[in-house]
Design a binder for this molecule. Structure first.
Ligand code: ZN
Length: 207
């Protein structure tokens, strides 16, 4: 290709200015996970099973966590909480998945989080729900409705509905925010322990 032929002429400094770096060594604790079961003292759950956690309700949900059914809930009634949808006064919430890559580990860390959306997006989402064909819906602006320590709440996000009844994926929309960086760069082992520790896991035993 002609363009590549002239690459060096257009970017003469490109080769010489590249700093040589070594791939950092993989944290040995990831390797240990593959060979040992590491059980959390607080809940008896294996470390690898804690790589997927979820919030039962939006942070501001004041009622019991008892859930109603997606299919039978009265959308025009009062406050409700199902596995995927929530109404609190004039506020509307949808449960999504936040994915954080783990540096040195194949599987990502998945967090089931609630996001707040406007009423019209909420109604469109609910209307498309029964068919499981929500992947064609446009991305929605939303606000993170859970506190994922050490990150802040009410973070502006976008969420993309998906097909086949998969929960929508959520992306932080503010590039300067640490959670945005975590979504792009991933968490190292200690950062993951910090999040799990904030939820009570692995505070007395060390993975
Ligand atoms: Zn635990």
């Amino acid at each position: 290709m002609k363009w590549f032929k002239n690459l060096k002429a257009h970017f003469p400094a490109a080769r010489t200015e590249l700093a040589q770096v070594d791939t950092p060594p993989i944290d040995h604790r990831w390797t240990a996970l593959g060979s040992n079961q590491i059980i959390c003292d607080c809940c008896g759950v294996d470390f690898c099973d804690l790589l997927s956690i979820g919030y039962a309700a939006p942070e501001d949900w004041p009622h019991a966590a008892d859930t109603e059914n997606n299919h039978t809930v009265d959308l025009n009634g009062g406050d409700f909480l199902t596995q995927d949808l929530c109404r609190l006064g004039d506020r509307r919430f949808i449960r999504c998945v936040l994915t954080l890559p783990l540096v040195g580990h194949e599987a990502p860390f998945l967090i089931g989080v609630w996001v707040e959306v406007n009423e019209s997006d909420f109604l469109n989402f609910v209307r498309e729900m029964p068919d499981g064909r929500q992947g064609s819906m446009v991305m929605m602006f939303c606000t993170l409705a859970n506190i994922v320590p050490p990150f802040r709440a009410k973070l502006p996000c976008v969420m993309q509905p998906r097909n086949d009844f998969h929960r929508p994926v959520v992306h932080v929309a503010i590039e300067e925010d640490p959670l945005y960086a975590a979504q792009i760069d991933g968490l190292d082992f200690d950062q993951l322990l910090q999040i799990l520790g904030a939820h009570g896991h692995f505070t007395t035993n060390t993975a």
